[in-house]
Design a protein around this ligand. Structure first.
Ligand SMILES: Nc1ncnc2c1ncn2[C@@H]1O[C@H](COP(=O)(O)OP(=O)(O)O)[C@@H](O)[C@H]1O
Ligand SMILES: [Mg+2]
Length: 309
């Protein structure tokens, strides 16, 4: 995000809350960004006849720092959503552990908020009422109303507060969904391909919005994406989940972290920089895409576009 945009958003947030610049929602949440620590985490789904037990994740160890934006990349079905679900307590590991702010995650964790590819708004509620659903229990009516107004302002939906989801665009619905997640004032924001269903232009705008939101309320973000450029644009650090080769023709069962890289430079980053191009090449190679965009192992002469991620 540009410094000027950050200042504008932060000032807007502060103005909406009637306070000083910075985090303006202390009244309704923890107002903190938490570390997330995965320690030798594994997940095997139990056998269900006729399928045998399925190891999906193995030996994932990683510390996400408070306020960090971590992007999680990997081929489809490799376990990205599973890792995110475990971080939020929506699923449990079969081995190892996950901790938030040094305490174990054991059940759905209210320190987290989750955003999905689909906005999942309640169709019979207005946009404002949908955002209010994210407020922590016990929020007073007055504080809740102020918080919702502030969040709608932040995501540019003030004029649509009274609309029902059917009357707004897909991008707007996704902004409302992001505002609902932020209403909890989460210490950790878990986003599972949040912009995956949006058109290319709306997606770029949403990426800028996420950077604005993060500058105004710098929570820890775990972002699952299949878009290498999105990861390079938004994240401080990127991990690639995949299967480790243990022999020339054998991979270990279950995905683990096969690449980890720190993205250089402040946001917004120059999408055309040579440094990012080099990282993009490395990540695409890790995803099994070679330099001319073909998937390895697929005959390019078929002419069928093939994106294995
Ligand atoms: N509850 C479940 N029971 C059995 N298998 C599951 C369950 N959830 C996910 N899986 C399997 O685990 C694998 C990883 O899924 P997922 O984490 O959704 O992948 P990704 O998000 O990377 O596409 C998939 O093969 C999926 O079918
Ligand atoms: Mg997924």
């Amino acid at each position: 995000m540009s410094a000027s945009t950050a200042t504008t958003t932060s000032a807007r947030l502060a103005a909406a809350a009637g306070g000083a610049p910075g985090r303006a929602r202390a009244a309704t949440g923890t107002d903190a960004a938490f570390a997330v620590e995965f320690a030798r985490l594994g997940r095997t789904f139990a056998a269900t006849a006729p399928a045998s037990a399925r190891p999906v994740l193995r030996d994932v160890s990683l510390t996400v720092h408070p306020g960090e934006v971590l992007a999680i990349l990997g081929t489809s079905g490799c376990g990205k959503s599973t890792l995110l679900r475990i971080a939020g307590g929506l699923d449990s590991p079969s081995a190892g552990s996950v901790q938030i702010d040094d305490s174990p995650v054991t059940e759905f964790d209210t320190r987290c908020a989750v955003g999905f590819q689909e906005p999942r708004l309640l169709p019979w509620r207005t946009v404002a009422a949908n955002v209010a659903l994210g407020l922590p229990r016990g929020t007073t009516r007055h504080a809740g109303r102020a918080c919702v107004a502030e969040l709608l302002e932040l995501v540019g939906l003030t004029a649509f507060a009274g609309h029902r989801p059917a009357a707004i665009s897909g991008g707007m619905a996704q902004r409302a969904s992001l505002a609902r997640a932020l209403a909890r004032n989460p210490g950790v924001l878990l986003l599972d391909e949040p912009f995956g269903a949006l058109d290319a232009l709306t997606r770029l705008k949403m990426q800028d919005l996420l950077l604005d939101v993060h500058a105004a309320a710098p929570t820890t973000v775990l972002l699952v994406t299949h878009d290498v450029d999105e990861a390079l644009q938004l994240a401080d650090r990127i991990i690639l989940l995949g299967q480790e080769q243990v022999a020339p023709d054998a991979a270990a069962p279950g995905a683990t972290i096969v690449q980890e890289l720190t993205v250089p430079g402040n946001r917004p980053r120059d999408r055309g920089s040579a440094e990012l191009a080099e990282l993009r090449g490395r990540l695409l190679a890790g995803l099994g895409i070679d330099r001319h965009g073909d998937a390895r192992g697929v005959a390019s002469s078929t002419g069928i576009p093939h994106f294995p991620y």
